[in-house]
Design a protein around this ligand. Sequence first.
Ligand code: ADP
Ligand code: MG
Ligand code: MG
Length: 909
Amino acid sequence: MKKLENVKPRVYKFGAKTADGNSKMKNLLGGKGANLAEMSALGIPVPPGFTITTEVCTEYNALGEKAVIELIKQEVEQSVLNLESLLGSGFGDKDNPLLVSVRSGARVSMPGMMDTVLNLGINDEVVQGLAKKTNNEQFAWDSYRRFIQMYGGVVLGMKPETKEDIDPFEEIMDTLKAERGITLDTDFTVQDLKDLVQDFKVAVKTQTGHDFPTNPWDQLWGAIIAVFNSWNTDRAVYYRNMNGFPAEWGTAVNVQAMVYGNMGNNSGTGVCFTRDSGTGENVFNGEYLINAQGEDVVAGTRTPQQITKLGSVRWAELAKVDEEERAKNYPSLEELMPSVFKELNTYQEILEKHYRDMQDLEFTIQDGKLWILQTRSGKRTGAAMVKIAIDLVKEGIITEKEALLSVEPNKLQELLHPIFDPKAIRNAKVIAHGLPASPGAASGQIVFFADEASKYNNSILVRIETSPEDLEGMNLAKGILTARGGMTSHAAVVARGMGKCCVSGAGALRIDYKKRKLIVDNKEYHEGDWISLNGSTGDIYEGEVATMEAKLSGEFAELMTLVDKYAVMKVRANADNPADAKTARDFGAQGIGLTRTEHMFFEADRIKAMREMILSDTEEGRKKALEKLLPMQRTDFEEVLEVMEGLSVTIRLLDPPFHEFVPHQLVTQKALAKQMGISLDDVKNKVADLEEFNPMLGHRGCRLGNTYPEITEMQTRAIIEAALNLKAKGVICKPEIMIPLIGTVKEFDMQNDIIRTTANKIFEERKDSIAYSVGTMIEIPRATLVADLIAEKADFFSFGTNDLTQMTFGYSRDDAGKFLPIYIEKGILEHDPFEILDQEGVGQLVKIGTERGRSVKPNLEVGICGEHGGEPSSVEFCYKTGMNYVSCSPYRVPIARLVSAQASIKDTL
Ligand code: ADP
Ligand code: MG
Ligand code: MG
């Protein structure tokens, strides 16, 4: 055959210990194709085959079927010839047939891509030849019926569309099984299989209107084109868009000579992992089935057996199978085929060393001969990911930097929160889904009101939505479930801060507070009924499901030590109380970037004094109430500052609008009237007065402190006195006072003045002083633009990207739930900008603010304290912007630390 000169090949061959491609060519050959090539070249026994490149897929999309077949025809035919000569068989040959599999494979594994078709090239005549050649009619007809079934399903579109629909082929098989009184596919007789083939063909004709293709070449081209088409199915397009994968990537097509695991009891097929994908333990493990093909192992119709003896014994213990039965009915591959096992074990070692990562392998045994059909980096749990990374460093296989880069930051979440007992969750029933608002697992009894959360030892607070008043109850509950609200709803943000499991925005829930019941799908759940939540997936389960405390394993700590070696940008935490501060410190927080003082006001006694202050008409009245609050605040600050000894603690002055603090229920309004000695009407009027059309743009932030300076005075006093008290005890603390919601320099000046004057007064009173700084949140777009002017006066900047996002987009955080999900679905927005920092727009303001600030004060300390401070892509952005630190909820501290280290490492590559 004439070689094509000077033309980039469109087809790459592999097999017989050589290959045109290699594992670095994933973009061109897809992940599967590139690794098949690499394995061939390594001398691993891989059935020979060839890969049609991803670029051909793009050509197909541009040119269409006819033209693209023209383009690759010669190369494909040449490659099939090559297979025939390697194997001494012929494609479509009646006496000595070559059958192939057709496998899709994009550069990353993707749902929606076409399922593999096995045994392609078979027809009524070829099946006879196959039977004769192998002297195994059973095998030949089993292969034929499998082929029609797979080809019909994936190429001819006869797959059922929903789970409820019945697969026409399965239906035919089930009917025959029932007639014959058998249960397993392997129980079919040759005659049964022949009947099935016949019935399958009739089904194809009825459903598609065409005869089943008998010409092997028609079959092959049909399958190749079907793979290309699968790149553009709705599901694939959706997944691509979601992950930002461009349409030009395309998928490759792998055509590979068949090896047969269904040739009898000396054959089989299986999958294995070089390490434990659940725990990361360095033990080879996997499952196999005798006399089986393709995905039979995962299909679950027969119980798969374990590959190693150790795994087999462990399995028997869990399945409560005694040793005698295990050895007889479920022997491991190690026991059943010791030499095949030994060979497999050698390959898994070679492949793991070669790829320098845990591998997931597929293999088939044909009449005692082992073939490897796939290798790829194995999926793993967060715990396994960390353990494997650390172990591989210790084993000298990868470097520290590689180990750090190999851990997916968000996977660490699994290590930080309780999880469901894997055994218990298997039988649990999902009743609805919501947003995975705050990770972890929780199981408890339903309560509908925050103040009833302590009614049960384990309660799940179920609300339409939550409000600041629910804070204490949220803290007491094991988990929080809301029917409304997105990832940045009150429930979601607060729950993440607390490290509490939360599922929000579960639209299918109907909640009847009056009757105290929850209705899902016409089923009622009452107060006290058990439900369970998975805050990492958004799944809601019926009943109690056992949970386990996540263990911070040794490797996790080791990983964090490595992180500290490479991370430059610091990570602080958002913590409002000593408990959160402690958690944050335990997770390695290097300071507190945001203490919200208002959260402290919601607790029992304080809310009363707070309300008294708010409802007072006079400065005098306010001062009286503030005096009650002062000692409480001082103690709060003392406690937080003490926990964070030696580290910076940024305390934000009062920020939310007053309306959030006043009572809205009649009983509480009455109680307040009594407490303050005023009439109920007075209270009602005052509450009505405080109502604003747009509270987020209303009387809040520094606008409070500038209209009621006595509040800033009190808070400053509480902070400075707390620090002085600690100093007297020998505790070093570094308070940073942060002014919220600055838009103009004058706003800052005025607050700064009050703070400095108050502090100096206290220093004089006490004849002692401490160092403190005064800085500001940058969260109003205007502030980023005049950042140079502000920086002349401010000691530090902290970007409040929640408000900045809200005001830059003009999206109210509290109302965005109505349109954001639709915007994301329609592709108007790629992500929820409250979750993932919008680098294109809001990010520009962050950059401008930082640059202008540093233009007058080069060493200006800059950080971020919005929800974005713990989101990996946003944290990386902060590093690139040159921030000194990010601040996030305590439970995200390890994640942000890892990203910080990764960002530094990437910078040096
Ligand atoms: P997936 O992308 O879903 O992993 P694969 O292409 O790996 O799909 O194939 C599905 C199943 O078919 C796997 O079990 C694989 O090992 C098996 N298989 C694929 N090609 C062949 C072949 N040439 N011979 C035998 N089994 C094969
Ligand atoms: Mg596979
Ligand atoms: Mg704000």
